[in-house]
Design a protein around this ligand. Structure first.
Ligand SMILES: [Zn+2]
Length: 431
């Protein structure tokens, strides 16, 4: 159980594959679906719990048979079994469910399913996934996904995964998506809108999904994506995802958000001043989505790296250098309260901008201490050797120590374990 999200997920089983067969009517915000979960029992138990919020399950089957012992509460479903399930046992759980999906309230605001003026989106981080499908909503339970989504004619759907065939069923458009890389529930997203798909330019990977009326503006704003991709592949190794879909909603969104092989932006993020956010979300494909944390308290491994990647892109594209951005943000952090621990910021502060910036500054402190060449080897090795694996900070620490010519103990203690903001080491000549 994750101490930051103690009411989510069930550690007694893991899901290897989700198959979601969904039908969504955007005009009335009505979702109906069947979720099939290939589950593996991890410890002896007579009960399994599924997260599902705001939607109603009408039928649950286990291995094809209707399961009677199901209890519904506001957080999900409890399946009781007349015998003890044994570790290693495999079950297929199939849940028919429906309702009018909406966001759930959380200490991080309203998250999950969100209705737009003309369609919907999903922004789940960290516990919004159960607002649109029954799941084992655990950060450390990664699975593959196959998603079929039927929707009204005139609407376009994009889900996490590579798009497959488009079919027509009873006058409705059905689109299919599949993703084979291990994916946690919070990184699965679905978008429905009056969208069309555009490329990023000839030979560039992926697609941009947006409304035709704003396509010109959006395509211009996202034109740097193929160049960002090349810069990041140079730094972090090959793009770790099977596909890339960037969705730009026709409305203003408070923040952009990453999903697996996907990112979501609002129309307000097309401003030139917001280009750093495009770089940030793309970098999450390596850090957070591929190299994955197993506990929310380690969020700096996602956000510190994605923030540092913004600085890498800035320098590579002729903007302010990494060193000068680090100095600027260090000076800003110095003026803010210094009362959180990067190693364990607490659930209320896990998305605090100070975690992002301090995480990035830790990396800059590392670069200045171990030297720029060893530092680039470190980031590259970290992304490549931990591709689509769950990690702990101790692994990053030991990888860095193996590459650094000087000891790093004082650096870790100062940046991770103490609240006061350490000074940045002096930039070595030539860095
Ligand atoms: Zn981020």
């Amino acid at each position: 159980m994750d101490s930051y999200t103690p009411r989510s997920g069930d550690p007694r089983y893991a899901v290897e594959r989700y198959r979601l067969d969904l039908d969504y009517r955007p005009r009335v915000n009505r979702l109906a679906g069947r979720a099939r979960l290939d589950a593996r029992v991890l410890e002896p138990t007579r009960e399994l719990r599924l997260d599902l919020v705001g939607l109603r399950a009408s039928k649950v089957r286990v291995d094809g048979r209707v399961h009677a012992q199901v209890k519904h509460d506001s957080h999900g479903l409890r399946l009781r079994f007349g015998r003890e399930l044994v570790a290693g046992e495999r079950l297929e759980l199939a849940i028919d469910y429906a309702g009018r999906p909406g966001p759930r309230r959380s200490r991080w605001g309203r998250i999950g399913w969100e209705e737009l003026e003309n369609g919907s989106l999903v922004a789940s981080q960290p516990t919004g996934a159960p607002t649109w499908y029954p799941c084992n909503d655990r950060l450390d339970d990664r699975a593959s996904y196959e998603i079929d989504i039927a929707t009204d004619a005139g609407f376009f759907a994009a889900a996490t995964g590579a798009p497959g065939a488009v079919r027509t069923r009873g006058g409705r458009r059905v689109r299919s998506f599949s993703i084979g890389v291990p994916t946690p529930s919070y990184l699965v997203a679905l978008h429905v809108g009056e969208y069309a798909a555009y490329d990023f330019g000839r030979d560039a990977r992926g697609r941009l999904v947006t409304s035709p009326g704003q396509a010109r503006l959006v395509r211009a704003a996202f034109a740097p994506v193929p160049r960002m991709m090349r810069v990041y592949e140079d730094w972090f190794g090959p793009y770790p995802q099977e596909d890339l879909t960037i969705v730009v909603a026709p409305e203003k969104l408070e923040i952009p958000l990453e999903a697996q092989g996907m990112a979501t932006f609002g129309i307000n993020h097309t401003a030139a001043s917001e280009q750093r956010l495009i770089a940030h979300e793309l970098a999450h494909q390596w850090f957070g989505n591929s190299v994955g944390i197993a506990r929310w308290r380690d969020i700096w491994l996602n956000e510190g790296f994605a923030c540092y990647a913004e600085w890498i892109w800035s320098e590579a594209s002729g903007g302010p250098s990494i060193a000068s951005l680090a100095e600027t943000h260090h000076a800003e952090l110095r003026r803010l309260p210094q009362d959180l621990l990067l190693a364990d910021p607490g659930p209320a502060d896990m998305f605090d901008d100070r975690v992002y910036k301090r995480g990035a500054l830790l990396l800059e402190a590392l670069r200045r201490t171990m030297g720029p060449t060893a530092f680039r080897v470190l980031l590259h090795d970290w992304a490549v050797s931990r591709r689509h694996r769950l990690v702990l900070p101790a692994e990053f620490v030991s990888l860095a120590e193996g590459l650094s010519p000087s000891p790093l103990d004082a650096l870790w203690t100062a940046w991770l374990e103490a609240p006061g903001l350490p000074e940045l080491p002096v930039l070595p000549p030539g860095a």
